[in-house]
Write a protein that binds this ligand. Structure first.
Ligand code: ATP
Length: 310
C-alpha cells in the first residue's frame, strides 16, 4: 500500500444563488484521522462529492495521491468512500452487495468475507440489507470502502445512527486505520463525536475553512486564560475582576467563569480586594466548547462584515 494524501485546494462551487464552497482548502495526510467538522450546510458533503468526481467544482482542484479521482484506473484501490449508507438494494444481502461491488470493480471477491468480519457483520451479512438498522448500513458502507484495501478512506457522517457501543467501536476502528498509515477523513456536525479520536480537525463554515489545526492546539487555544472561581461573594468578586480587565460570567450561585486574565492575576485581584474564594481552577475546554467558540466568532465576524458593507 502506497501513501495517499487527500488534497483539496481553492474549491469553489455555486448551486444557483447558493455558494456551497468558497475557497475550501485542506489536506488529509496518511497516518492521521482528520475530522472535517462544521454545521449543517457548511459544504462538507459537497467537498466530498467533488473529491469523488461526482460533482464538478467551479474552481480549484481535489486530488487523491496527487491525481484526480476520476482519472484513476481502479479508484477504489486509492480511496474508499462512504457518502450515503442507504444507497443499497434492499432485497440484496449485505454480502451480495459487496460481491456485486467487487465484481463491478474487478476486485477479488474473496476479500468480501474478510471485510464483513472486520466491520462486525459476519453473521448479518447473509440477511437482506433492507432490514439493516442505520448503524448496520454504516458498517456495510465501511466494509465497501475497505474492499479494495485503499490507502485513503473518506466517510461522510459515519456516526449517524450508531448506538453508543457502535460509536466507541467506530472510533477505535478509525484509529486503527490511521495506525496502518492510511489517510482517514471523517465528516461530522458534532465535534463531540471526534473527541479522543481525531488527531487533526478542519473546521468549516459557509464553504470555507475556519480552523485547520491539531486537536491539542485547538483545545489549548480555547482553554487559554479561562479560570473557574468558586466564591461566597460572587458579585463583588465579579466586579473587582471586571475592573481588572477580565470578562466575567456568573455560571452558578457561587461560581464565576473568568476570561482574559491569567490565573495568577485572578488570585492577586481577589486577595487584594479581601474577597473569599474556596476553589480556583484553570478551565480546560472540551473539543465541543472549542468548536462552539470558533463558529460563534465566525458568525460574529460575518454579521459585522455584512453590516459594514451596507
Ligand atoms: N445539489 C444541490 N443543489 C442545490 N444546493 C445544494 C446542493 N448540494 C448542496 N447544496 C447547498 O450547498 C450548501 C452546502 O451543502 P452541503 O450538503 O455540502 O453541506 P454539509 O456541510 O454537508 O451539511 P450537512 O451536515 O447538512 O450534510 C448548502 O447550502 C446546501 O443547501
Amino acid at each position: 500500500m502506497t501513501d495517499a494524501t487527500i488534497e483539496v485546494a481553492g474549491l469553489r462551487k455555486r448551486y444557483g444563488s447558493t455558494t456551497a464552497l468558497d475557497g475550501m482548502t485542506f489536506t488529509a495526510v496518511p497516518g492521521r484521522v482528520t475530522g472535517f467538522v462544521g454545521p449543517n450546510g457548511a459544504g462538507k458533503s459537497t467537498t466530498m462529492r467533488i473529491i469523488l468526481g461526482l460533482h464538478a467544482a467551479d474552481a480549484g482542484h481535489a486530488l487523491v495521491g496527487g491525481r484526480a479521482y476520476r482519472s484513476l484506473r481502479c479508484p477504489m484501490r486509492h480511496l474508499g468512500a462512504l457518502l450515503d449508507a442507504s444507497a443499497l438494494h434492499p432485497a440484496r444481502t449485505g454480502r451480495n452487495h459487496l460481491l456485486w461491488l467487487a465484481q463491478s470493480q474487478g476486485l477479488d471477491g474473496r476479500r468480501v468475507d474478510e471485510v464483513l468480519e472486520h466491520v462486525g457483520l459476519a453473521s448479518a451479512g447473509r440477511r437482506p440489507a433492507g432490514g439493516y438498522s442505520l448503524g448496520m448500513r454504516q458498517r456495510l458502507g465501511l466494509a465497501a470502502a475497505l474492499l479494495a484495501d485503499p490507502p485513503a478512506i473518506m466517510l461522510d457522517e459515519p456516526f449517524n445512527g450508531m448506538d453508543p457501543e457502535g460509536i466507541v467501536w467506530l472510533r477505535g476502528f478509525l484509529r486503527d486505520l490511521a495506525g496502518q498509515r492510511r489517510a482517514v477523513l471523517v465528516s461530522s456536525h458534532l465535534m463531540s463525536e471526534l473527541q479522543g479520536m481525531a488527531d487533526h480537525v478542519v473546521v468549516v463554515g459557509r464553504g470555507r475553512v475556519i480552523a485547520d489545526t491539531s486537536v491539542a492546539e485547538l483545545i489549548a487555544a480555547a482553554s487559554g486564560d479561562r479560570v473557574r472561581v468558586r466564591t461566597s461573594a460572587p458579585q463583588p468578586a465579579a466586579a473587582a475582576l471586571a475592573a481588572a480587565g477580565a470578562q466575567v460570567t456568573r455560571t452558578g450561585a457561587d461560581e464565576l467563569h473568568v476570561r482574559k486574565l491569567a490565573t495568577e492575576r485572578v488570585v492577586a485581584v481577589l486577595t487584594a480586594g479581601g474577597l473569599p474564594f474556596s476553589e480556583l481552577a484553570p478551565h480546560r475546554a472540551t473539543l465541543e466548547e472549542a468548536y462552539l467558540e470558533l463558529t460563534r466568532d465566525a458568525v460574529e465576524y460575518r454579521a459585522a462584515a455584512s453590516g459594514a458593507a451596507r
